[in-house]
Design a protein around this ligand. Structure first.
Ligand code: DON
Length: 309
């Protein structure tokens, strides 16, 4: 028998799917161009709803900017709050995710927050490890633990495609190196960053990770603390203030839930103390967020009264 919530979800996913026609897949990373723009898949994970899904919730896609939340967690666990925020700020920018403008106009010249590319690159430079392989295997292990799946890995083709074309990110790195925010070799940092962005997950796995952040860092029905509570609070706060880039204000009003998007079309959502949601819809709006995913979340938030405000 299909439960009532599954019928509601099927209906909302079908309605939101219509918006895929109004968006476009990201093409500035060549390997992302081949995604099917009509796709929309969804999974929710939590105490009373594990695990409802719609569409192909096992299809994998790359994390892209969703990885910024996870690397921030690891960097904070590796270095502590004070050290991380000596290199990156806590304020939203209102600018596109890859903008350089505030790095130049603000003094001191540190990135305004960890959810824009400049801030995420600075955070990635703080992940502990002797070399890219060691940093990446620590990060992968962390993602595997959060999603409870030891097979999760990264897509080398997507990583290489981004590495070969990441001239804007390279320029952000050189600017930050000049101003003492990072001191890494730029291409080594970019190799790690592009591999972190290319970690592949499904909606179901993303919903599980979102749930742990929602559940103050703990697994479902367990006291195992994968992320310290104070860090899970920091993550949710950045997801609210900066998670949907320069659409974060509108998203807070229309949907009102901590969420983080990526240009592959993924969205990870953490409804505090309730559920985690994973969405994949690669057709993006002009600000780089999944267009159907945004409409789906608005409908679900209204129906289930999910807004935290
Ligand atoms: O650095 C980049 O441009 C990509 N790897 C990630 C950007 C991204 O996902 C922004 N999302 N909305």
């Amino acid at each position: 028998m299909i439960c009532e919530d599954q019928l509601v979800i099927n209906k909302f996913v079908k309605e939101a799917s219509k918006y895929t026609k109004l968006g476009e897949v990201a093409d500035y990373i060549p390997a992302l161009k081949t995604a099917d723009p009509d796709t929309l898949s969804f999974a929710v994970f939590g105490e009373t709803s594990s695990c409802l899904c719609a569409g192909d919730s096992n299809e994998t896609f790359t994390l892209q900017s969703i990885s910024k939340v996870i690397t921030l967690a690891l960097a904070l666990m590796d270095n502590g709050v004070e050290k991380v925020f000596s290199k990156v700020g806590m304020e939203p920018t209102g600018d596109p995710f890859n903008s350089m403008i505030k790095l130049e106009t603000h003094s001191p010249s540190k990135p305004l927050n960890p959810m824009i590319n400049a801030g995420a690159l600075a955070v990635s430079s703080m992940i502990k490890g002797e070399n890219v392989d060691e940093k990446l295997s620590r990060l992968l292990r962390f993602v595997q633990d959060l999603a409870e799946d030891s097979t999760i890995t990264f897509n080398d083709m997507v990583a290489q495609s981004e590495f070969d074309t990441a001239n804007l990110n390279r320029s952000l790195c050189y600017f930050m190196k000049q101003h003492g925010v990072i001191d890494d070799d730029v291409n080594t940092l970019l190799e790690f960053y592009t591999k972190q962005c290319a970690i592949e997950v499904s909606c179901s796995q993303l919903a599980k990770i979102g749930f742990i952040i929602a559940n103050e860092g703990k697994k479902l029905n367990s006291n195992e603390q994968l992320i310290p509570t104070h860090i899970s609070k920091i993550l949710k706060t950045f997801m609210v203030t900066c998670g949907m880039y320069n659409a974060s204000g509108e998203f807070a009003i229309r949907v009102g839930i901590p969420a983080k998007s990526g240009v592959s079309g993924g969205i990870m959502v953490s409804v505090p103390n309730r559920i985690g949601i994973g969405i994949y819809g690669p057709a993006l709006d002009e600000r780089g967020n999944s267009i159907a995913g945004m409409h789906l979340l608005e409908a679900l938030s209204n129906h289930y009264n999910l807004s935290i405000f």
